[in-house]
Design a protein around this ligand. Structure first.
Ligand SMILES: CC(C)(COP(=O)(O)OP(=O)(O)OC[C@H]1O[C@@H](n2cnc3c(N)ncnc32)[C@H](O)[C@@H]1OP(=O)(O)O)[C@@H](O)C(=O)NCCC(=O)NCCS
Length: 172
């Protein structure tokens, strides 16, 4: 993966294995995982495995989630971006999804929406995707608000992993 995106306050760059410490800080925080199945990570090795998986997606799909870095202080905020999903979810497979996850200290500052807007635009202008999809836990008000601000439309409720109540959004 050899490109970056920039927003007003953020550099969006490919994730790398050296992000493992920051990823572990983010993903070992139970608050971050409230709407992600309540299963925070317990070892840095899990973060390394997660990053290796993303590096594979870059190779195989030409896209994957990117790191969000503050331009003024070079801090790792979290990740945001597009993922090409091959598995079936809510009766869809082989589709582009937009998502984001931030360290708790960076919540509430508009960073997720700022990065998501850049990826939304990349999806349609560069990747020329036909339809962009997203999902969220039904009670994840922040995530749903971002999707609605982007202009995605609520489509239906469904259950993920047999027990997590989710909502499905699409760009059309
Ligand atoms: C959800 C998450 C990405 C939001 O990130 P953020 O940077 O705080 O969001 P933003 O500041 O860009 O906020 C965007 C909008 O959502 C609203 N919002 C954000 N968090 C909210 C919350 N907890 N409750 C209600 N509204 C919320 C903001 O007010 C803003 O709307 P506005 O412009 O009308 O005021 C962040 O809380 C997070 O990483 N959570 C843990 C992981 C997660 O749940 N990821 C999403 C999985 S689907």
């Amino acid at each position: 993966m050899n490109f970056n995106l920039e927003t007003q306050r953020l550099l969006l760059r490919p994730l790398q294995l050296s992000d493992a410490d920051d990823m572990f800080i983010m993903d070992s925080n139970p608050n971050v995982h409230i709407y992600l199945g309540n299963n925070p990570l317990t070892s840095k090795e899990e973060s390394i495995g997660y990053l290796k998986n993303i590096l594979n997606q870059y190779e195989e799909n030409g896209i994957g989630r990117f790191a969000m870095i503050t331009k003024n202080s070079n801090k790792f905020v979290g990740w945001c971006g597009l993922k090409f999903i091959t598995e079936e979810e809510n009766n869809h497979s082989h589709f582009y999804e937009i998502g984001y996850r931030l360290k708790e200290e960076f919540w509430g500052k508009g960073y997720a929406y700022e990065a998501a807007k850049a990826w939304y635009s990349y999806a349609f202008t560069i990747l020329k995707v036909d339809t962009l999809y997203a999902s969220a836990h039904i009670d994840n008000k922040g995530s749903r608000r971002i999707l609605e601000k982007l202009g995605l439309q609520f489509k239906n409720e469904y259950t993920w992993n047999n027990h997590i109540p989710c909502v499905w959004y699409a760009s059309k």
